[in-house]
Design a protein around this ligand. Structure first.
Ligand code: 1GP
Length: 245
């Protein structure tokens, strides 16, 4: 199953989500018409990834599930696609190439399609897990030309897609200016944008600025107590789907 086109992606963190919760999210995502599901965590998650991915797949038939891995330890064949992320905003060789080399034996035994993706962290106002785990600094939020240069360089190297991330739970999502600059720099590459997108209005703004895929995670996890709960539990997903159409 291919992850193409545009739309809303829901990110599920296997560390914070049980199999039963993943099943519930999968059903809600399918009912709301999300474009796809992502599964991943910046830290740990190796043990649960397989089970949570399977629960998503079983409960959201027809919706592609992609792995958004924090490391090679999280690899599973229970996904349709692996985002083969290289953290190009940083200069830590472990996340530029080392985890990729470690992934090869698994991928040789379990052939899953991969999408080479330039992963670009943008400052979102607080230190997020991905920043502290990767030991890299995000790019400044007010330098669109710097983000765009990273996207261009990665594309010249041959990477197929770009993911702009303010980090999970960011105070400020990636700005429309940064998204627009990267969209203009790599007009033909799939562009993912996530981190700190808590309302349909923010999702719409990211999409309007040029994101193909808008990713939400925390707002879904917060469940009945969170933003979506105020709009009727996971039923609130529909408003996000509409906003990025
Ligand atoms: C983080 O882009 C994702 O990698 C989603 O972020 O949890 O803030 O929605 P949130």
């Amino acid at each position: 199953m291919r992850l193409d086109g545009q739309g809303l992606l829901v990110l599920v963190d296997p560390v914070r989500t049980s199999g039963a919760e993943a099943a519930r999210i999968g059903r809600a995502a399918k009912a709301a018409g999300v474009r796809g599901l992502l599964i991943g965590s910046s830290f740990d998650g190796a043990a649960q990834t397989h089970e949570v991915a399977r629960a998503l797949r079983d409960n959201a038939p027809g919706i592609p599930v992609a792995l958004f891995p924090g490391s090679a330890m999280q690899l599973t064949d229970q996904v349709d696609l692996v985002l083969f992320l290289s953290l190009v905003s940083g200069r830590n060789p472990q996340y530029l190439i080392e985890e990729h080399v470690r992934a090869v034996p698994y991928l040789q035994q379990h052939p899953v399609p991969t999408l080479s993706t330039a992963y670009i962290l943008i400052d979102g106002g607080r230190v997020t897990s991905v920043e502290s785990v990767s030991q890299t600094r995000p790019l400044p939020a007010d330098k669109p030309e710097l983000a765009a240069a990273h996207a261009t360089a990665a594309t010249l190297i041959g990477m197929q897609a770009v993911y702009l991330d303010a980090g999970s739970g960011a105070e400020r999502p990636v700005s429309p200016e940064v998204i627009r600059a990267c969209r203009a720099a790599v007009p033909r590459s799939p562009l993912f944008v996530g981190g700190g997108i808590r309302t349909p209005a923010l999702a719409r703004a990211a999409r309007k600025a040029g994101a193909d895929f808008v990713v939400i995670g925390t707002v879904v996890e917060e469940g009945p107590q969170g933003e979506l709960g105020k709009r009727g539990g996971l039923g609130g997903l529909g408003a996000f789907v509409e906003a990025v159409k």
